[in-house]
Each structure stands twice: as C-alpha cells, then as structure tokens.
Design a protein around this ligand. Structure first.
Ligand code: KIV
Length: 272
C-alpha cells in the first residue's frame, strides 16, 4: 500500500484573500535560512519571503542584481524545510524572467520544483505582464511588486520615494490593475506615498502588502535583519527596529573571544 504525503500549509492564497475581506492585516517578513524560518513560523507570521535581498543581507552585494537562480533555490529550500504554517514566497532573481515568457516559465518551474515554495514574486508591471500571465497560467501563484523595484535600481538611479509625480502614480495604479487582472494573488508596494498605497488597496480585491507604503494597505513586509537591528547602516523612515541584534551579537562574540583568550572557556563541565 502506498501513502501520499499531504503537507498543507495553513496560510494559502485563498486564506490571504479572506484576511483582506475581513480586514485582518497580513504580516510578512524575509528569511533566507532554516533557523530564521522556523523562528518566524513559530511566531505566527503569515508570509515568509525568501527575498533577493539575500544578495545584500547575506552576500554583502550593494544591489540585488548579482544573486542567481541557483542561489535563490538554495535559500528557498532551506526556508521551506523550516516552515509548517506560513506561506513561503520566493523572489525570481534579476535576469531570470525579464527576457521573455519562456525564460520566466523555465525559471519559475525550476524554483517551484526544486524548492517547493508556495508562490513567487516578480518585480514590474506592464513590461513583464506577459511573463507573469504565463507563469500564472502554469498554476503558479504570483505576487507582483511595484513602486521601488530594486532590480531596476540602475534605471531609477536612486532609492528615493517613487510615484510622487502624477504620471508615475497613474502608471503604478494602471500596473496594479493589470497585475490583478492577470491573476496575481497579491502585490508588494515599496516606498511610495501612503495616499497612493491606500488608493491601490481600496481599488483592488487582492491583498496589497506595503514596505514604506503607509498604513492604508492590507499588510506589511520588512527585511527581518533590518527590523532586528542587525544592520545599523540602513535606516529608512519606514523601518521600525524591534531589537538591537547588532549590539546583542557583538556583545556575545566579544565575551566569547575574551573567555577563550583568558582560558575561562571551556570550563570543567564543558569538556569530556
Ligand atoms: O527582497 C526583498 O526582501 C523584498 C522586500 C523588500 C519586499 O523584495
């Protein structure tokens, strides 16, 4: 007799849609590894994003552009192993979907098969709508990402607030509707005026998750390392710090160094 493994996530695209219907806010944070993913899942987070911000936070690159599909798959596999409840969404990295829909489909199918994530996030609106539609038609849940899209940072030339001007705000609204019509299950809006964030959230039926998009959207996302205070150099206005991990870790490391140097570690009951 054979048995089928039925591993069902508690948080699904349908559950997210229900949350928006009843006005329950959605909490989303990033993770790139098993240990962080387990802790996040246990804390009741709704969505864990395996962000291409791993390029910055984990690998130390200035932009998100260098991270590869293989590297994203490695991070997504590690996160997937640590999660039972939350929905796991992975970023498709720069250069793996912008060319054409065939490339987008091949990249998406690879990461879905190899990392077993629950959905993917792709940056952009009209420019990539063909790719997004084809990925969704293959049965893959897609989250859009508009506003400040870090994979296009060389086009913008700055990390400042997007869509302050009327033209850009109109395009963003149009793109958001296109993404909803294409079947995206949600959209991340990054660094845009709060009023525009609220307008998108009220016009669209799908959940809108903000990062620097104000409090009128359906949920919030932050990079976990940033909200934990692991990195003091990055201090945008939208970031609320919930811990000072840099201080806690530096303190622990320097205590360890001192204990090793003084011969205090290991003690009698820390050896065989
Ligand atoms: O890569 C990432 O961490 C992201 C968030 C900033 C939304 O896309």
């Amino acid at each position: 007799m054979s048995s089928v493994q039925t591993e069902e996530r508690v948080v699904t695209t349908y559950r997210l849609w229900e949350m928006k219907q009843r006005g329950e806010k959605i909490a989303m944070l990033t993770a790139y590894d098993y240990t962080m993913a387990r802790l996040l899942d246990a804390s009741g987070i709704d969505i864990i994003l395996v962000g291409d911000s791993a390029a910055n936070v984990i690998a130390g690159h200035v932009t998100t552009l260098p991270i590869t599909l293989d590297q994203m798959i490695y991070h997504a596999q590690s996160v997937h192993r640590g999660v039972k409840r939350a929905m796991v969404v992975a970023d498709l990295p720069f250069g793996t979907y912008q060319g054409n829909y065939r490339e987008a489909l091949a990249s998406s199918i690879r990461i879905m098969k190899e990392a077993e994530v629950d959905g993917l996030k792709l940056e952009g609106g009209q420019e990539v709508i063909d790719s997004i539609s084809r990925v969704i038609s293959a049965g893959i849940p897609v989250m859009g990402h508009l506003g400040l899209t870090p994979q296009s940072i060389h086009k913008f030339g700055t990390y400042s607030v997007r869509a302050r001007e009327e033209d850009e705000a109109r395009k963003l609204l149009h793109d958001a509707h296109l993404l909803e019509e294409a079947g995206c299950f949600g959209i991340v809006l990054e660094k845009i005026p709060a009023r525009l964030g609220a307008q998108v959230a009220s016009e669209l039926k799908i959940p809108i998750i903000g990062i620097g998009a104000g409090n009128g959207v359906d949920g919030q996302v932050l990079v976990a390392h940033d909200m934990l205070g692991a990195n003091h150099e990055f201090s945008p206005r939208f970031l609320r710090r919930y811990a000072d991990l840099a201080a806690v870790m530096t303190d622990a490391f320097s205590h360890y160094v001192a204990d090793v140097k003084s011969g205090d570690f290991p003690g009698d009951n820390e050896q065989y």
